[in-house]
Design a protein around this ligand. Structure first.
Ligand code: CMC
Length: 448
């Protein structure tokens, strides 16, 4: 049973380091609000008792100043451009680690020993197959269905196969579901691609590593094996590492919110995938490539697009620039930019994507010198370069966000497991500032 005792009595890991006093000017009524400090990041005012004691809600649309939970998973310092998973800087993980190792780190809190990693990999490989009924499920989609639409549905549908393991209060059930989801995402993602191009579904291979296996299922065929280019496998693994988690972003917050109703992790992740799809979030990588292609095709000066992005009467934005948290270079963009150059160098100067990269570089150069973007601290984000790498690897644009979803699956799960393991958890339910009509008497239809 869920413990529904007051949140304010919940034992927190953060420490109370100070307090602020909020005084109602008209009456002098006041409340002393504790200030909470974590191990890093901004101090937080604990407003949990505010409504009960003074009758006020806080107003923060878009959650510009709201910490929705305590978390030990990922830390971002947007001003300094820092990103750490479980305390490890992303640069070190990008250089030395692999995606399965990062998955273990995010889920369990520490880097695995060789034995632990072996056993984790074994479990993931064991769960990579999909129930055969999923083949029929895929066939219900139009041949040109967007791969993200298929993913939203397919991940939710998975719940129907595991009714015996969906007790969200059981830590072992949660762990099995997490392994299943991490294991099956590459199969689901690859099949949404092969279906769209009319190729047969390719089954997972246990002798391949996680990332090579994903590429095998995307590009392999029953009549001939796919031999993966090593640089491409490494680039894909790096992309998965860089996208694995990003603390309380919109899709992760969605997963937490859905999970807070005690819904299954499959339902929670399906909701998260839907949120990620939007162009302001994970869908930006697809939008970036479409924007660069439009720019290239139009033959217009880049200034035309930059001026449009600055025009408040035009909804056009430079996709791949700006971030809610980073007010400095996105550290993931720095790493991915380097990999992007490596891949394009390997492909040679006459590769068909070179003109696209040239436009991307020139756009970045102009933006970084332009007052509008400098003043607003708008730097290229991770999606700016991931789109170009994907294009160079021959991945179609409608798969870009699917790969982001595949990578972020572990982050969503780590947050869901963290939340579900709290002894006292409550359904997430924000309040509102109502500005509609206060009261009306019903008028029958013949009198309106
Ligand atoms: N092009 C032009 N102007 C921009 C852009 C942009 N890409 N991004 C922000 N601005 C302006 C915005 O108009 C506003 O100007 P003003 O202060 O004059 O009103 C100011 O910068 C602040 O923007 P905001 O919309 O209030 O910032 P936000 O934190 O609400 O939005 C964002 C962040 C990422 C949604 C936004 O920067 C954006 O739409 N960027 C393009 C889409 C994109 O690349 N998204 C991927 C994000 S990174 C991956 C991920 O997390 O999924």
């Amino acid at each position: 049973m869920t413990d529904l005792t007051s949140m304010a009595s919940q034992k927190l890991a953060s420490r109370e380091s100070d307090s602020v006093t909020l005084i109602e000017k008209a009456t002098g009524r006041h409340i002393v609000l504790p200030v909470l400090e974590g191990t890093a990041g901004a101090k937080t005012i604990d407003v949990r008792n505010l409504y009960r004691e003074l009758g006020y809600f806080t107003f923060d649309p878009g959650f510009m100043s709201t910490a929705s939970c305590e978390s030990k998973i990922t830390f971002i310092d947007g001003g300094k451009g820092l990103l750490k998973y479980r305390g490890y800087p992303i640069e070190q993980l990008a250089l030395h680690s692999t995606y399965p190792e990062v998955c273990y780190l995010l889920l369990y809190g520490d880097l695995p020993t060789a034995e632990q990693l072996d056993s984790f990999n074994g479990s993931i490989k064991n769960h990579a197959l999909l129930n055969e009924a999923m083949r029929v499920f895929y066939r219900g989609f139009r041949h040109d269905a967007h791969a993200m639409a298929i993913m939203v549905a397919a991940v939710g549908a998975l719940a129907s196969f595991y009714p015996e393991a969906l007790n969200v209060h059981d830590p072992r059930d949660r762990e099995i579901s997490a392994h299943r989801l991490i294991a099956k995402m590459p199969t689901l993602a690859a099949w949404s691609y092969t279906y769209s191009v009319g190729r047969p579904f390719v089954y997972p291979r246990n002798d391949l590593d996680y990332t090579a296996n994903f590429l095998h299922m995307m590009y392999g065929r029953p009549d001939k094996d796919f031999i993966a280019n090593e640089t491409f496998v490494r680039a894909m693994d790096l992309i998965l590492i860089l996208h694995a988690d990003h603390e309380q972003n919109a899709s992760t917050s969605t997963v937490r919110l859905t999970g807070s109703s005690l819904a299954s992790p499959f339902a929670a992740l399906s909701a998260g995938i839907g949120t990620l799809w939007g162009p302001a979030h994970g869908g930006a990588n697809e939008s970036v490539i479409r924007m660069l292609e439009d720019i290239l095709a139009s033959g217009r000066d880049l200034r035309h697009y930059i001026n449009r992005a600055k025009d408040k009467n035009d909804r056009f934005r430079l996709m791949g620039f700006g971030h809610r948290v980073y007010k400095n270079y996105d550290p993931r963009a720095k790493i991915i930019r380097e990999m992007c150059h490596k891949i394009l160098a390997e492909l040679g100067a006459d590769n068909p994507n070179q003109p696209l990269l040239d436009v991307a570089m020139e756009l970045e150069r102009i933006v970084l010198e332009d007052d509008y973007f400098v003043q607003r601290k708008l730097y290229p984000n991770v999606d700016y370069y991931s789109g170009i790498i994907f294009r160079a690897m021959g991945i179609p644009a409608n798969m870009f966000t699917v790969i982001f979803a595949l990578a972020r699956t572990v982050g969503w799960l780590a947050h869901w497991m963290e939340m579900m393991s709290e002894p006292q958890s409550r359904i997430s339910r924000p309040r509102q500032l109502y500005t509609g009509v206060e009261h009306r008497e019903y008028v029958s239809i013949d009198k309106r």
